[in-house]
Each structure stands twice: as structure tokens, then as C-alpha cells.
Design a binder for this molecule. Structure first.
Ligand code: PMP
Length: 354
């Protein structure tokens, strides 16, 4: 820390992203990326856009918004794009939380929520998950602040039903409810169909997972046009050109190429079921994941030890040190071939320990 850092940020603990080794020597199952490349159309449009990079990107995303709005079934003034959904989540914490409006979220969820609350100096109320790692909707009734729920939750992968989400919306008419649907396309119901009915609902999604654009950084929020206008106020007060032209073009390709999108997510879901069964056959307990990862523990193997041994053997998975989940590892669903390498590696480790 320099002697110049503002007092405001001296005690800030930043988010720790998953490891991103640059040498390709790992089977990389640690940051929930897609194992599939972007759609061929995304790639082609991004390449074309590279020829115009001397110009600023369009702050209003006028070519992307109609295509995305059509694909997602929302109106054009109900959607806003950002540099990954992390950026739009931060905008939402800035816009909808303050000293009198805490952020209310589960004690085990996406680790960035705490950081967004801290950097914006917003009080936070963390609600424990149930014994079996579920979100109990009743715990969020009359939450007294801005509710932030990942659905499916991360890193558990467990989803709430649409009825449960709706019950939370009904029980918090005076506060914004943010549903972070980063993993919704892998077998979970989206709340986006409720945005006309509930003015307090903000649905956040990303192109990083199901649309294979993690490196492009493209996230978006959908909600009532007044909520979107508030987020635009924050966007135009921080970084109007937050989505670059190549990413915008790649996004257009990703939303147009519905067939590729469906093919990728179906393959991930099939491979998830395959890997879950194989892990359970090895004695693992896997939570009921509706996402592109499994959250798994084994009664006979320490979570951190398994992570370390897998890494030594060239397979990266994600371990968290939070006491309640330290026995688990989060394993991204890759291709079937990658999952077979993971399974073989885990078997070897178990045999070596016997
Ligand atoms: N929400 C959740 C629950 C996540 O796991 C992630 C990915 N780390 C994000 C949001 C942010 O993803 P991105 O910024 O790539 O859109």
C-alpha cells in the first residue's frame, strides 16, 4: 500500500479471481468458463469490428440491444449492457444501496457481493444458508434492504423455483431485488418474465458462461425501464464506453446464433449429469447443481488436499476456505474428455491415499 491510498480503501479486501494460468498446461475446471469457443458468427463479427477500432464504441449499444432484446423477450428500454456482469452488479450496488439500505445476501454466495458492499461503503446483512446449503426464501421476506440472490446460487449450484423468487419479490415491495442469473441457462428458470409485473426486480445475466464470451466481458441487466435508467446514470457517470466494439459485435453473434447457444448448454448439462454420476460412484456427495459446475465433497478426502493434488497432476478446480464449505471443491463442467481426465485424476489420488 502506498502512503497515498485514500483512507476509504485502506481496509478494503479485494475479490480474489480464480487462477488464470497462461501456459495452457492445465485442464482448467476452476472458473466456470465454457469449454466451447464463441459461436463462429460471434468470431466473424468481432473480427470485422476490429477494423473500426479507431472509433469509440457506441455507448448506447444501438446494434446489440435490439438483437438481444428480441432473443431475451424484453423491450429495448428494459436492458443495459456492461463490461461483464461484475460491472453491472457494482452499478446496482451503487444505485440501489446506501447507508440506510443495506445489501442483503446469503452468507455463502458469489464472493464479490461483499466486496461491492465494502467498496461502496454499504452495510451488509448476510443470511445463513440452511443446513443443507439452500436459500430459504422466507429468510428474505421483508429483508429491509436490497436483496441480492444468485440463482442458481454459486458456488452451490442449487436453484430456487420461479414461485420462490416471486414470493421474495412480493415480500419486498419497497426494495430492489437483484437476481444474478449468471448460470441460469444450465437448467434453471429465469425470472426475466416477471420484470413487467415487478418494478423492483432487476435480473442480471452474463455472456461469460453459456455464450462462451468470458474474455469478451459482456454482462447485462434487465428490469423496469426506470431501474435501467438509474443504472445508466451510474454508467454515464463512470465509463460510458464500457462495452468495446469487438465485444458488442461478438455479443450480436452470440444472441443471433441460437442454435449454437442451445447446443453448448445442452452438452454442458448432459456432461454435468455424466460427471455427477461418476463422482457419486466414487463416493462423492454432489449438491443438486443447475449450473455449469458441480460442488462436491468426499467423506474420506480433505477438500483442500484434493484441490492441491489435482493441481499437481495438471487439473485445476476451485477450493474455498470459508469454514462451512471447506470440504467441497467446485468443479466446472468441461468437455466429456476433460471430465474423464478429472475423474481419472481423482481416482488416482484416491488409490494413492489408500
Ligand atoms: N455472478 C456470479 C454468480 C458469478 O459466478 C460470476 C462469475 N465469476 C459473475 C456474476 C460475473 O461474471 P462476469 O463478470 O464474467 O459476467
Amino acid at each position: 500500500m502506498s502512503t497515498f491510498l485514500s483512507k476509504r480503501y485502506m481496509s478494503l479486501t479485494p475479490y480474489t479471481p480464480g487462477e488464470q494460468p497462461q501456459d495452457q498446461q492445465y485442464v482448467k475446471l476452476n472458473t466456470n468458463e465454457s469449454p466451447f469457443p464463441p459461436s463462429p458468427l460471434s468470431q466473424r463479427l468481432a473480427r470485422q469490428a476490429a477494423g473500426d477500432l479507431q472509433l469509440y464504441s457506441d455507448p448506447e449499444c444501438r446494434k446489440l440491444i435490439p438483437v438481444a432484446a428480441e432473443a431475451l423477450g424484453v423491450k429495448e428500454d428494459q436492458i443495459l449492457f456492461s463490461n461483464g456482469s461484475d460491472e453491472i452488479l457494482n452499478f446496482a450496488f451503487m444505485a440501489f444501496c446506501d447507508e440506510d439500505t443495506p445489501a442483503v445476501f446469503p452468507d455463502i454466495s458469489y464472493g464479490f457481493y461483499t466486496v461491492f458492499a465494502d467498496i461502496n461503503r454499504v452495510p451488509q446483512k448476510k443470511i445463513p444458508l440452511t443446513e443443507d446449503f439452500r436459500i430459504d426464501p422466507k429468510d428474505y421476506y421483508g429483508a429491509g434492504g436490497t436483496v441480492v440472490i444468485a440463482n442458481p446460487n454459486a458456488p452451490t449450484g442449487i436453484a430456487l423455483s420461479l414461485e420462490e423468487i416471486e414470493s421474495i419479490l412480493k415480500a419486498n415491495p419497497g426494495n430492489v431485488v437483484i437476481i444474478d442469473e449468471a448460470y441460469v441457462d444450465f437448467g434453471c428458470e429465469s425470472a426475466v418474465g416477471l420484470i413487467d409485473k415487478y418494478k423492483n426486480l432487476l435480473v442480471v445475466q452474463t455472456c461469460s458462461k453459456s455464450r462462451s464470451l468470458a474474455g469478451g466481458r459482456l454482462g447485462f441487466a434487465m428490469g423496469d425501464k426506470d431501474l435501467i435508467r438509474d443504472l445508466n446514470t451510474i454508467k454515464y457517470s463512470t465509463n460510458p464506453y464500457n462495452v468495446n466494439s469487438m465485444t458488442m459485435a461478438a455479443g450480436i453473434g452470440a444472441f443471433l446464433d441460437r442454435e449454437y447457444f442451445d447446443m453448448c448448454r445442452e452438452r454442458i448439462m448432459e456432461t454435468r449429469d455424466y460427471a455427477r454420476k461418476a463422482l457419486e460412484d466414487l463416493g462423492f456427495e454432489c449438491l443438486d447443481s443447475r449450473s455449469n459446475f458441480l460442488f462436491a465433497r468426499h467423506p474420506g478426502i480433505d477438500g483442500e488436499f484434493l484441490y492441491m493434488r489435482c493441481k499437481e497432476k495438471g487439473v485445476l478446480i476451485r477450493h474455498f476456505t470459508l469454514p462451512r464449505i471447506k470440504d467441497f471443491n467446485r468443479i466446472t463442467i468441461g468437455t466429456k474428455e476433460q471430465m474423464d481426465i478429472l475423474l481419472k485424476t481423482v481416482k488416482e489420488i484416491m488409490e494413492e491415499e489408500r
